[in-house]
Each structure stands twice: as C-alpha cells, then as structure tokens.
Design a protein around this ligand. Structure first.
Ligand SMILES: Nc1nc2c(ncn2[C@@H]2O[C@H](COP(=O)(O)OP(=O)(O)OP(=O)(O)O)[C@@H](O)[C@H]2O)c(=O)[nH]1
Ligand SMILES: [Mg+2]
Length: 453
C-alpha cells in the first residue's frame, strides 16, 4: 500500500444526514482543499492550523456547498500527516461531488482503516491501540466501550512493553557473553533474568486467564436457560426480554431448537439462550435439541437452571441440576437456580431465585444478580481484561516461550540456547503492539475498519 500519496474518504456513515465529514490526509491535503475552497467574499481561502473555518466549496466556477473546513497540520493530527476535514451538508449528491472533486485534484480514495493505519505507521498509536479504535467504533454497551477505551489508552500494552524492554536488555547481554565464550564471563545476572521472566509470565498468564471473561464482556455474555420441559424456560426468556420472543405452550417439548436474543442490563450485553427441555427422547429432533441445550450450557458463562417450584425440591431435583453441572466445566461459570411459577401454590421457598415468568415477579432481581456477578468478574484482575483474540494467541505463544527460557535457565543451558527462546518470546510480544509486524497481520487488523477511519 502506498503511504506517500494523499487519501480521501467520507468518514460519516453512508446515507443522507444533516452533515457529512469528508477527510483528506497526506502531503497534498492542504493544497487540494485550498484549491476548491473560497471565502464568502469569493477570495481564496488560506487554511489556519487547528481552526474551524467557514468556507464556500466550488467545483471550478460552480458553487457546491457552504462547509466548515478544519486543517490539522502534521504531525498534530490523527494520522500524523496533514489532515483536512470538510463538514459539508449531508446530501448524497454533495458528498459524492466533493469526494470526486478531491480525487480529480490528486487524492486517492482511502482503503478501509487506512487513516488509522497511517496513524500506526507514523507512531501516533501502537497496533493494539489501533485495534482498540475499531473496538470503540464497534462498541454497543457501556462495558464494551470501557474495555476499548482502556486498551486505547495503552492498557496492558504499556506494561508489557516495559517488561519487553527488560527482556531485550537481557538478550543483548547474553549475546555479548557469546562473544566472550572462551572466557566464561556472565554479563546477564541469571537470578534477575529469572525474576523478569517470572514477572512477565505472571502478567501474561493473568491476561491470558482473563480472555474468556474479556471476550464474553465484549461480545455479550452467554446465558443459557436450561431445565426440564415445561419448567417455563421460554416464558422466562420472554419475561427477561419483556417481549414475546419464544413460543410458550403447556405442551412439554415446545422448544425444539435454541433461541438466542441479546439484551443489555446495567451496561453489560448478555446473550440469553432459550433451549429445549432436558429429557431423553426417542424423537430424533428432540434429542438433537437436548444435545444443543447441553452444549449451550457448556458454552455459557451463566447457567439459569429453571424449575417448577410446585414440584418438590428434593433429591430428584438436585439430581436434575447435577445432570447439567456434571456435563459442564463449572469453574468459570455461575449457576442460578430459578424456581419458576411462584404465582402458583407452593410448599416452600427453596434457596435460589423465586420468580414468576408469567407475572413478572422476581425478574428484576434476577436481572440485577446476573449483572452483578458479571460486573464482579469484570473487576477481577484489577479490571484489566484481554479482549482481543489476536493478542490472546500471541500471549499464549509468549507464555510457552517463557516456559522454555525458564527451563533452560534451570537446566543451566548455554546462553546461545537460552537466547533463542528469549528472542521467540520477544517476537510474539512484539506482535501485540506492532513492534514486529507482517503485512498479513496489518491487513487483517486494518481490514476490520470502515472506510474513512
Ligand atoms: N402459572 C405459571 N405458569 C407458567 C409460568 N411460566 C410458564 N408457565 C406455563 O408453563 C407452561 C410451559 O411454559 P414454557 O415457557 O413453554 O416452558 P418451557 O420450559 O419453555 O417448555 P419447553 O420448551 O417445552 O421445554 C406454559 O403453559 C406456561 O404458560 C409461571 O410463572 N406461572
Ligand atoms: Mg420452551
């Protein structure tokens, strides 16, 4: 991709709006913009750095629109280059004409994410921050927004970077030892190196451990609604969503397939999954539904086990619950027992959530509990959570390379062998912030963006 030319794009969403913003970035941005802008008086316009200026935009001699022009002189701009932003009226016709005008005057249409890619190339942000910009644009809840903001501000990248620097210094010292291998000198203090490796492993290990939570918070926390047929699972889904989403009937086995709906509670997005009732059956469709229900529970972060409160809460009931929990790894999961149909006559108030999906009793309390446990999860690890799958993969490789370094040091391996593993760890660490990049990584990161960002 050529990075010397001037690029342009419409940065506001496709369609008609009150105002549209068209951006130019590159060495010719100011010249191209000044070529088509005039003052109200008809005189030429000279753009002033970081000043919003009212201007008239002309295509040759024909007046096109009254606009606001903003010039950000390099390097104090988003991309680090000269950037001009034109806010014009949001007619599709005007937007297209302005864009075409810029292209006719020497700019090129930007590729998706190219503005951000230039910001990265010019050192305005590192790769993990660039990725956070995409996440921020994508964010739909307070929590996913907060996660993106923390990463954009440097997040864990800064801390990792300083540990990476320490490791680089050790690698250099060990490589120096190689030059003096005849003299058996030890420049790199092995104990300090072990400490650095341990600190880094700990940091990276905790981040890797936070990925499941981080990713769930970003994409929506899966909540599986499971239980016996007719317990009121679909009714509970409808009550939680306050909408008639799933079919409810008194025929056991009404829900055959999983039904998923997204909802935000207290700033956190949840994916509620209604499932088929748990009962062994000869009907092939029903048994497929059963398998899917168990799978949903396995993949969920929160399992709502729904039961009918009018059925005695005895050993049988506990066995039913164990049937589900035995098939799931409950380590990072929360189980809520939801005793439904409390509007009907019932003998006791067993532990768990007592609700009536039909009448809405206890539903708000249940929602609050679900949000509360999720918020607690988010605050673990000091609120620093890994949300990016690319970073997750890289960090797993860092961990395994650090494990090798550690083993090598313990076994007293020669510096040349230990440095290979240190370099390996450094390489994978570097891919996170973009100190080490390949075209493949860059194009996959930036292709996630929309044009104009
Ligand atoms: N009285 C009362 N009846 C309820 C309540 N919740 C559900 N029901 C009734 O229980 C029956 C089953 O409800 P569903 O929501 O379809 O139950 P389900 O667990 O999804 O059932 P399957 O999809 O067959 O597994 C329906 O007749 C509902 O009207 C409740 O809170 N109170
Ligand atoms: Mg159902």
């Amino acid at each position: 991709m050529n990075t010397n030319d001037t690029i342009c794009a419409i940065s506001t969403p496709a369609g008609v709006g009150g105002i549209a913003v068209i951006r130019l970035s590159g060495g010719e941005a100011k010249t191209i913009a000044e070529g088509v802008l005039k003052q109200e008086s008809g005189k030429g316009l000279v753009l002033k750095d970081h000043k919003a200026q009212l201007a008239h935009l002309y295509d040759g001699t024909s007046f096109l629109d009254e606009v606001v022009a903003l010039w950000f002189a390099a390097p104090h701009s988003y991309t680090g280059e000269d950037v001009v932003e034109i806010s014009c009226h949001g007619s599709l016709y005007v937007q297209r004409r302005v864009l075409q005008l810029f292209i006719d005057n020497g700019a090129r249409l930007a590729e998706p994410g190219e503005f951000t890619q230039r910001a990265f190339i010019n050192g305005r942000l590192d790769l993990s921050q660039a990725e956070a910009v995409a996440d921020l644009i994508d964010s739909r809840s307070q929590m996913s927004h907060a996660l993106a903001v923390s990463q954009m501000r440097g997040g864990y990248a800064r801390e990792l970077e300083s540990l990476r620097q320490e490791l680089i210094d050790f690698a250099a010292l060990m490589e120096l030892e190689l030059d003096f291998s005849d003299e058996d000198l030890e420049f790199a203090n092995r104990d300090r190196l072990k400490e650095t490796v341990a600190a880094l492993s700990d940091k990276v290990g905790r981040l890797v451990g936070s990925f499941q939570t981080g990713n769930a918070l970003k994409e929506g926390i899966p909540v599986a609604i499971v239980g016996r047929p007719n317990a009121g699972k679909s009714s509970l889904l409808n009550a939680l969503l306050a909408e008639d989403r799933a079919i409810v009937s008194d025929i056991p086995g009404t829900t055959r397939d999983t039904i998923e709906e997204t909802m935000t509670i207290d700033g956190i997005t949840f994916r509620f999954i209604d499932t088929a009732g748990l009962r062994q059956s000869d009907d092939p469709v029903e048994s497929l539904g059963f398998d899917r229900a168990i799978k949903s529970a396995q993949q969920a972060r929160i399992v709502l086990y729904v039961r009918d409160i009018t059925v005695p809460f005895n050993q049988c009931a506990l066995d039913d619950i164990a049937f589900v929990t035995d098939r799931c790894d409950m380590k990072d999961k929360h189980l809520f027992i939801v005793h439904n149909k409390c509007d009907r006559e019932h003998a006791s108030n067993p532990p768990g959530h007592i609700v009536s999906a039909k009448q809405g009793t206890g539903i708000e309390e249940l929602k609050r509990s679900i949000a509360k446990v999720s918020r607690n999860d988010a605050n673990k690890n000091d609120g620093v959570l890994l949300t990016n799958a690319r970073h997750y993969e890289a960090m797993q490789k860092v961990l395994s390379a650090l494990g090798e370094v550690r083993k090598g040091l313990d076994a007293g391996l020669t510096p040349d062998l230990v440095t290979i593993d240190i370099r390996d760890a450094l390489y994978h660490l570097g891919t996170i912030t973009g100190k080490v990049t390949s075209d493949e990584v860059l194009s996959s990161v930036f292709s996630r963006f929309c044009i104009g960002k």
